[in-house]
Design a protein around this ligand. Structure first.
Ligand SMILES: O=C(CO)[C@@H](O)[C@H](O)[C@H](O)[C@H](O)COP(=O)(O)O
Ligand SMILES: [Zn+2]
Length: 192
């Protein structure tokens, strides 16, 4: 592997995904933002969840909302379901890993809340189960995904399907659009 060629090809590939995302994601971004604004204005909360690097994305965005993003302002109600190691380990041990997020949504989710799953493949069974539970309880379901979307278009009311095939490229756009949603939500709510 030539490191310089790798450096150039990775950034070129990233830039191409940014361009495709820019061209294709405007309408789903605005629709998801509208759902988040309405939910928070209505006194509801946002529940984020994902596996691996997407778990990091979930807790990253939750912290932006609870603490601050661009401005000091009142907190926005959000939680990342992948951060409670006791719930995760007991859930995986006693119920199976597929149930770790669905169980927490069953416990904590209320109709009108927003459930946001991150899955680059769109097929991770614990994300699928969580969105099925969320929908059955009347939450608004959202997915950040990629490739062909996997199961997400069927399960999510609002879906951001990044036009890319590799997990890393999809994740890079997830955190970019996630940051943009946090910024737009913060400004829309006029909590500053
Ligand atoms: O961060 C990365 C790869 O960039 C990995 O940790 C990745 O998130 C994990 O393999 C996940 O288990 C993939 O799950 P998903 O995106 O298919 O739902
Ligand atoms: Zn990663």
């Amino acid at each position: 592997m030539d490191p310089l060629a790798y450096f150039n090809s990775e950034l070129d590939d990233h830039a191409a995904v940014v361009a495709r995302t820019h061209a294709q994601m405007e309408a789903p971004f605005l629709a998801m933002l509208d759902a988040w604004v309405k939910a928070i204005e209505g006194g509801h909360k946002i529940l984020f969840f994902g596996n691996g690097g997407s778990a990091a994305d979930a807790q990253h965005l939750s912290a932006e909302l609870v603490i601050r993003f661009m401005e000091d302002r009142k907190p926005i109600a959000a939680i990342a379901l992948n951060t409670d190691t006791s719930a995760l380990t007991a859930g995986a041990n006693d119920l199976g890993y597929d149930a770790v997020f669905a169980r927490q949504i069953e416990a904590l989710g209320q109709a009108g809340d927003i459930a946001v799953g991150f899955t680059t493949s769109g097929t991770s069974p614990n994300i699928v189960a969580a969105l099925e539970m969320a929908r059955s309880k009347g939450l608004v379901t959202c997915a950040f995904t990629g490739r062909d979307g996997g199961r997400m278009p069927d399960l999510a009311d609002h879906c951001l399907i990044i036009p890319a095939q590799s997990t890393r490229r999809i994740q890079e756009m997830h955190i970019t659009l996630g940051h943009m949603l946090c910024g737009a939500l913060e400004q829309s709510l006029k909590l500053v």
